[in-house]
Design a protein around this ligand. Structure first.
Ligand SMILES: Cc1ncc(COP(=O)(O)O)c(C=O)c1O
Length: 401
């Protein structure tokens, strides 16, 4: 058996040896195994809007069941261009600037594969959504991390150091990944921060790859700004988004990139040979989703605000120090009060003994030690689920004296 393992290892690529399976997805499996309430992976446990479910059913009944155009069904690309114009004031040609992929997950890796050469560097703010690390490695690039520092007070904002960011821009830097609203911190990048990133991208001739999947999930009057809307960035930005979070359809796997035509061509080539296309009937329903009225997005943000305000007091009462998010649907917490050696042992205890699944903070950092006293909770859940979690978390008490 041991020999077989050695033999199998011989067949593995160096790249795949450099990252692990997703910890976030592993925590969902742990939740199922232990019958725990799942506040780990970011998928809603409430239904998607009825009109878009009906649109998907109609699309299948109307025989939209064969391959769509590889870079996206025309009606969805048109809807994406219209929405970018309406919400961000960005003019987009749906024929030459939009690529629809299997979720923003495939879009991000297709983009990195399309733009990176071996030895290129990609700047990533950390803590970061865990896919960005392996995505960079798979595309042959070297991730370079810039710290987002937690606020001193629970209501403060995560910030980065301007000098540290500047020093990350180097001769081999190809791109910077900006995720706003941000997972896991809930940070919404301010205009001045985006302008600074813009200035550095222009000075060092760097591409911005911006993941805006939580663009409509905003609190406390926060405003989402697409970096592509800043003067000078139209020719050096790939804007990535998708249906998953805004329309509560994470299982549909529809996402897209909006980019200048030459970059779009490159992304389309990679996407074509990776997956050919995203599910055709769900792209058709996606066009309906993107046509929902403005009130849909207002209600979405308000409903998430209520969920945030339901979970945070529960966590605080149980002993967590919460970093209050301005956007997205996660709360990053500090677990120092519980006196555990690290986040992984704490999360194990939480899922097995308390009955709640969360994500260890270390999975969002390059160096696990940096997240060893942090844990992330997702609140994209029904009130009943959050209340059931509150009951379980009441059994948790700070242990440190
Ligand atoms: C920042 C971020 N980007 C991308 C994704 C994945 O999105 P999709 O379902 O479109 O692949 C997630 C999912 O949690 C996310 O948090």
């Amino acid at each position: 058996m041991a020999d077989l393992t050695v033999q199998s290892k011989h067949f593995l690529s160096d790249k795949v040896e450099r990252f692990t399976e997703s910890v976030i997805r592993e925590m969902t499996r742990q939740a199922l195994l232990h019958g725990a309430i799942n506040l780990s992976q970011g998928f809603p446990d409430f239904p998607a809007p009825a009109e878009i479910k009906k649109a998907a059913q109609d699309a299948i009944a109307n025989d939209i069941n064969q391959y769509a155009i590889t870079w996206g069904a025309k009606n969805l690309r048109n809807a994406i261009a219209r929405k970018m114009k309406d919400w961000q004031g960005i003019s987009v040609d749906p024929e030459t600037q939009v690529t629809v992929c299997c979720g923003s997950t495939e879009t991000i890796v297709s983009t990195l594969l399309a733009v990176c050469n071996a030895g290129d560097e990609v700047i990533i703010f950390e803590p970061f959504y865990e896919n960005y690390g392996p995505d960079s490695i798979v595309s042959g690039a070297k991730p370079v991390f810039v710290k987002l520092r937690p606020p001193a007070s629970p209501d403060g904002e995560w910030t980065f150091d301007e000098r540290e960011l500047r020093s990350a821009f180097r001769p081999h830097t190809k791109a910077i990944v900006v995720n706003t609203p941000n997972n896991p911190t809930g940070k919404v990048f301010a205009r001045a921060e985006l302008e600074l990133i813009r200035d550095l991208c222009m000075e060092f001739n760097v591409l911005a790859i911006t993941d805006e999947i939580y663009e409509h999930i905003l609190y406390d009057g926060a405003r989402h700004i697409s970096i592509a809307s800043l003067p000078g960035m139209e020719d050096r930005t790939v804007t990535i988004n998708g249906l998953s979070k805004t329309y509560a359809v994470t299982g549909w796997r529809v996402g897209w990139a909006v980019a200048p035509p030459a970059i779009t061509n490159a992304i389309r080539k990679v996407h074509d040979f990776l997956t050919v296309g995203a599910p055709a009937p769900l792209q058709d329903a996606g066009a309906t989703a993107l046509g929902l009225p403005a009130s849909y997005y207002q209600n979405l943000a308000a409903a998430y605000g209520a969920r945030r305000d339901r979970l945070i007091p529960t966590l605080e009462a149980a002993g967590f120090r919460c970093f209050r998010p301005r956007g997205a649907y996660y709360v990053m917490t500090d677990i120092s009060a519980f006196g555990f050696a690290d986040d992984v042992s704490f999360v194990k205890y939480l899922v097995q003994e308390i009955g709640v699944a969360a994500v260890p903070g270390s999975s969002f950092y390059n160096n696990p030690r940096d997240g060893a006293q942090q844990v992330r909770f997702a609140f994209c859940k029904r009130a009943e689920t959050l209340d059931a979690a509150a009951e379980k978390l009441a059994a948790l008490r700070p242990r440190k004296n």
